[in-house]
Design a protein around this ligand. Structure first.
Ligand code: 5GP
Length: 183
């Protein structure tokens, strides 16, 4: 089964996902490809960091389940086509990509993470050390995503506290794996 985590920049998706992976060892996190340069303190395995030519050639070979040019920075991001037998896969991607995944696999579950406030998103973006224009663009794109996400998602989770939010997501995933028998 595919579980997709989406949500505007600065809601703390990455932290929730990291906590979720410790709560649910059966989940495998898909590693995306991106043309975005690696941030100074970012782990080398956060993405497969590639140039545009490498990205385009994987794209031409039908190597992505979904991909998108992220509006806030013009960089390309894509989810490699899962290998057979990958088990339960967790994707952390923006909303346009999430819609593509749902179109390709209607059984995929879209969980949208929101922040308690716009101020909380802004504070988190600032903390990450992005420059001001980039913060402003990510906030604006995030406003649009927040408006759209509520309508598209199967589940909405507010990241008011990382542990609580991760446990809520883990509960959603467990319930989707084993739906209650209502007969
Ligand atoms: P960042 O540059 O902050 O790492 O990521 C920017 C946005 O791209 C985030 O919303 C992130 O979730 C999204 N993203 C990361 N990987 C992928 C991917 O493979 N596909 C798509 N569509 N979005 C992605």
């Amino acid at each position: 089964m595919i579980f997709v985590i989406s949500g505007p920049a600065g809601v703390g998706k990455g932290t929730v996902v990291a906590r979720l992976l410790t709560l649910d060892p059966e989940l495998r996190l898909s590693r995306s490809w991106t043309t975005r340069p690696r941030r100074p303190r970012e782990p080398a395995d956060a993405y497969v960091f590639v140039d545009r030519k490498q990205f385009q050639s994987r794209l031409a070979a039908q190597g992505f389940l979904e991909w998108n040019e992220f509006a806030a920075n013009g960089q390309l991001y894509g989810t490699p086509v899962p290998e057979a037998g990958d088990g339960d896969l967790l994707l952390e991607i923006e909303l346009n990509g999430a819609e593509q995944v749902k179109a390709a696999d209607p059984g995929a579950v879209l969980i949208f993470i929101t922040a308690p406030s716009r101020e909380a998103r802004e504070a988190r973006l600032r903390h990450r050390g992005d420059d001001e224009p980039s913060i402003a663009r990510r906030l604006a794109v995030g406003d649009e995503e927040e408006a759209l996400g509520a309508g598209l998602a199967d589940h909405l989770v507010v990241n008011d506290d990382v542990d609580r939010a991760a446990r809520e997501v883990a509960g959603i995933i467990a319930a989707r794996r084993n739906p209650p028998n209502l007969e």
